[in-house]
Design a protein around this ligand. Structure first.
Ligand SMILES: [Zn+2]
Length: 230
């Protein structure tokens, strides 16, 4: 019998509902990243509006969120055993929060900024020291910038990320080789498109109740498959 306590689903739900995640509370642009938002994602996973997929990922990618298919993708043998693993899940689930809310006119770099800040707040809330940044200047700049802003946010629950801090963080993301090679720039548009099954249910309420909750990936979405977000 599979060990359900160590299934990716169970690990991810436990991470979203952990005290460290539930204490995260900040605003960035149109998004309020807080315990209630993480709980919405946990419920979306429980009812299947967001799916967990296990598949091999490139070595430099811990996990990813797929806006188009509404998947959190984790690598095989993912057990969320370390604070770093759980912080990566928080990062991806911020992308899920952004996808669910589906606010138009946003930037990819802002979505990434929100995800980095939440994962750093998760690490700070866990009480474990944040490991020193390695891997070159761009990485050091990104980690140092995100950590500094997260430390300020931790002292002011519910605060909005100041405009200048957000700008600094978005630049350090846009100039980081990992994101630059994926085409992320300071102003590249965000690719969130809503959760398919929620749109499906809304659309089907007045027309065909039998289709409620069914997944038809071509029904409302027009974006190309796949996501550049990691
Ligand atoms: Zn990301």
């Amino acid at each position: 019998m599979p060990d359900q306590t160590h299934s990716p689903n169970a690990s991810i739900l436990a991470t979203l509902r952990s005290a460290e995640a539930q204490r995260i509370n900040f605003h960035l642009g149109p998004w309020h990243i807080d315990g209630a938002a993480f709980e919405r994602i946990a419920r979306a996973i429980e009812v299947g509006d967001i799916k967990i997929r296990v598949e091999p990922l490139p070595q430099d990618v811990e996990a990813r969120y797929d806006d188009f298919n509404d998947y959190v993708v984790v690598p095989p043998a993912f057990f969320a055993g370390t604070v770093g693993d759980r912080a990566a899940i928080i990062h991806e689930c911020v992308h899920a929060i952004v996808d669910l809310q589906n606010s138009k006119g946003q930037f990819e770099s802002s979505n990434e900024a929100a995800a980095f800040l939440a994962s750093f707040l998760f690490r700070l809330n866990s009480g474990e020291a944040i490991p020193p940044a390695t891997g070159g200047n761009a990485n050091v700049r990104l980690v140092t910038t995100a950590e500094g802003i997260a430390r300020n946010l931790q002292k002011q629950p519910g605060a909005a990320v100041p405009t200048r801090d957000l700008s600094d963080l978005r630049w350090s993301i846009a100039t980081h080789p990992h994101y630059r090679t994926k085409g992320v720039t300071y102003i590249s548009p965000n690719s969130s498109d809503g959760l398919f099954r929620l749109k499906m249910r809304r659309k089907s309420e007045n027309t065909d109740p039998n289709r409620r909750g069914q997944t038809d990936l071509n029904y409302t979405k027009n974006l190309p498959p796949g996501s550049r977000l990691a």
